[in-house]
Write a protein that binds this ligand. Structure first.
Ligand code: ADP
Length: 602
């Protein structure tokens, strides 16, 4: 084989030289030798490039004098780089890579190789998926879940052609294989790996297996091509449809004249002893279709934007995001539910509190009213006595005036005095009734600015009017009005209660005639009112219960007076307290009320 090739090379050189001299006498005479670089895809390794393609170099050198042709081997990425960096003038590569170069870098084919095994230059290359002969794999679909080797994602026969067939068989090579491993060049190592059982299948370009069997690299029965297609006339087994053979391409920067001469020389090249020759450039459209289906090369953008593509590629992440969204939604709904539940509970609690406060207020008002009526009830006979005085005075004056009129003593002065007295006494009676009515009315509490001395004075007058036997010493001592913010009727209620308790205690002790002292003192920010009696006082153990509701030592007592009084005084910001007198005779009960001026400070 090698010898044959060498003989052919010498013959071709001589022929080339002869023809060159005949056809292009002008070029033959050119002085300097220009170097023309041909970049070749080294799919079988660097050495194979020189061995397989030297006949082309020799032929061109012979046919185009004055030019020195060199073959440079590259892997696919290196070859692309060399095209872009313009370090080569021509390219020999597989059809897939050529279509990419044509699209991206302006490569243009000037001839297509005719291989001896091919049906035609248009149907020359496919993918052979090799498996061990005894493997239980029969269809392309059987490869799902298998460990498969291929040359590289860019390899045309060594991956892309087979990938299209697998996709059509329902096996997505990128997702449905357990392991898709790219080995790179040289391709032969894939064959060896499959044979050694390191993988279930290997994707190689067609005819490589046959070449390796022919050269004795592997035994004939060791491997087979999976799911071979019947392509009559094609001399190798293929697992795929067939694609155009390798092109010889000029580049954008290659001089047109040189391209033309190279094209002519290639077309003129006789078939080699191995059966290779060059023909007019083939149609590479089918390669474009493959790229579109695989969404690679010039159609890679399709992969980015299709919904299916995005779904296939990111389904894991999308599932995770969906799960997170679901968790988040559940959490949000739960939180909202909890919040609404708590809000409802709070609203109900608030409503309940408001209802209870309202009930308490009504109860308190009723209690106050009852307490006032009780005081009034106790004072009823005293009030009647109080009213009797002005009525008796009116009667006396009226009688006196009647007697004068009967006796004809009609001097105006005494008559005038009599009528004035009658008016004054009836006003006094009216004022007593007004006071009692105001005190007895069931009414809402009213806070207002009141003169404490005046209010206390009225309460004491009411009390002494009702209890003539009581002696109350009241010396307010302050000339200025003492203003507090309070309800005057309630202050009177407290005062009457304290005076009544003092009188009761003195009567119990048999000291009804002793004076009850009411002291008034202005302190820093409050007024202090003390009711001091000389009654029976309290047992030491009773002090703790004094202000408790229903604590009473009297047979007819309700035990509400002091507890209500304490509530009233505290509602105006004051305090109510009691202590035994220093001399141990009787009790002092006192209350404080904040001065109106100091109210703002509270
Ligand atoms: P009531 O007068 O209906 O008993 P109060 O709440 O006004 O109700 O008084 C409760 C109790 O406190 C009285 O029963 C009495 O024992 C005692 N108490 C109140 N004031 C005095 C006082 N000045 N001296 C002695 N005991 C008093």
């Amino acid at each position: 084989m090698f010898l044959l090739r060498q003989i052919f090379r010498v013959v071709a050189l001589l022929m080339g030289l002869g023809l060159g001299l005949l056809l292009q006498p002008s070029l033959a005479g050119a002085g300097d030798t220009a170097t023309v670089r041909i970049g070749v895809l080294a799919y079988k390794g660097a050495e194979a490039v020189q061995e397989d393609w030297s006949y082309v170099r020799d032929w061109l050198e012979a046919r185009i004098p004055g030019h020195h042709f060199v073959l440079l081997d590259f892997d696919q990425a290196g070859l692309t780089r060399a095209v872009q960096e313009k370090t080569i003038d021509f390219v020999i590569t597989n059809s897939g890579h050529y279509v990419v170069l044509e699209n991206n870098d302006g490569a243009s084919r000037i001839a297509t190789i005719e291989s001896p095994w091919a049906l035609s230059p248009r149907q020359s290359i496919g993918s052979a998926i090799v498996v061990r002969s005894d493997a239980r794999l029969h269809t392309l679909a059987d490869l799902a879940g298998r460990h498969v080797l291929a040359v590289g994602p860019d390899a045309f026969g060594g991956y892309q052609i087979a990938a299209r067939e697998l996709l059509q068989a329902g096996v997505d090579p990128e997702h449905d294989l357990t392991d898709l491993q790219f080995t790179g060049f040289p391709v032969q190592k894939i064959v060896h790996a499959v044979r050694a059982g390191q993988a279930d299948a290997g994707i190689i370009r067609t005819c490589l297996l046959e070449q390796m069997i022919r050269s004795g690299e592997i035994g004939a029965g060791e491997l087979r091509v999976l799911a071979p297609i019947d392509t009559r006339g094609f001399q190798c087994q293929t697992s795929s449809r067939l694609y155009p053979d390798w092109p010889f391409a000029a580049l954008r920067h290659t001089p047109t004249e040189l391209s033309k001469r190279v094209a002519m020389a290639l077309l003129a090249m006789p078939r080699t002893a191995d059966g290779y020759s060059w023909t007019i450039p083939s149609d590479y459209q089918i390669v474009g279709e493959l790229f579109r289906e695989l969404k690679i090369g010039p159609y890679a953008y399709l992969r980015l934007w299709t919904f299916e593509g995005v779904l296939r590629r990111y389904w894991g992440w999308m599932l995770l995001i969906l799960a997170l969204l679901v968790v988040w939604a559940v959490h949000t709904v739960r939180v909202e539910h909890l919040v609404s539940q708590r809000t409802r509970a709070l609203r109900e609690a608030h409503e309940e509190q408001r209802r209870m406060a309202e009930e308490a207020r009504v109860r308190q008002a009723t209690l106050d009213h009852t307490a006032r009526l009780a005081i009034l009830g106790e004072m009823a006979s005293a009030i009647a006595h109080e009213l009797n005085q002005p009525l008796a005075a009116i009667r006396n004056f009226a009688r006196g005036m009647a007697r004068r009129i009967t006796a004809g003593r009609l001097e105006p002065a005494p008559l005038q005095e009599g009528t004035n007295e009658i008016v004054a006494q009836s006003e006094r009676a009216a004022s007593i009734i007004r006071n009692i009515r105001a005190f007895a009315q069931k009414r809402a509490s009213e806070q207002q600015s009141v003169d404490l001395i005046a209010v206390l004075g009225e309460a004491i007058a009411l009390f002494t009017g009702a209890h003539p036997q009581a002696r109350v010493i009241w010396q307010p001592g302050a000339a200025q009005p003492a203003r507090v913010i309070a309800d005057p009727v309630k202050i009177q209620q407290v005062m009457l209660n304290l005076l009544k308790n003092a009188l009761d205690a003195q009567q119990t002790a048999g000291h009804a005639q002793e004076p009850i002292e009411v002291r008034f003192r202005a302190e820093a920010s409050a007024y202090l009112i003390t009711v001091r009696d000389s009654g029976c006082g309290l047992e030491p153990g009773q002090f703790a219960h004094l202000f408790e509701p229903f604590f009473t030592t009297k047979p007819e007592g309700l035990g509400l007076g002091l507890s209500l009084s304490k509530g009233i005084i505290e509602s105006f910001g004051g305090t109510l307290s009691a202590a035994a007198n220093d001399d141990n005779a009787g009790l002092s009960v006192w209350f404080s009320l904040p001065m109106e001026e100091s109210q703002g400070d509270i």
